[in-house]
Design a protein around this ligand. Structure first.
Ligand code: ZN
Length: 98
């Protein structure tokens, strides 16, 4: 199932963004299985260069904002191959419909 990332472009004060951040953290830690592990922080300030604990990343995303161009969460458990396979199927479907 594709992950909903529309919230990334919502304003930081919106409910959608707030929920999206929580989902992102949950998603990442579901892959890791350890809540106390440090993950790369995709906020505009850290830019996936710094690793931080769960609460810290959560705060950063809420107060600084997530990078808009980080649309494939390859550092946070998203499988690149799955995604491209999916868009491949889509482009085939689109071609069939024309
Ligand atoms: Zn950060």
């Amino acid at each position: 199932m594709p992950i909903d990332k529309s919230w990334m472009r919502s304003g930081r004060s919106t409910h959608e963004y707030f929920t999206g951040v929580a989902n992102f953290i949950d998603y990442t830690y579901k892959q890791l299985k350890y809540d106390d592990m440090k993950i790369y922080c995709p906020c505009i300030k850290c830019s996936n260069r710094d690793r931080r604990v769960r609460d810290e990343v959560h705060q950063h995303l809420l107060f600084k904002g997530i990078r808009h161009d980080y649309t494939r969460w390859y550092l946070h458990g998203e499988d690149e191959d799955n995604d491209s396979a999916e868009s491949e199927i889509w482009s085939q479907l689109m071609t069939c419909m024309v």
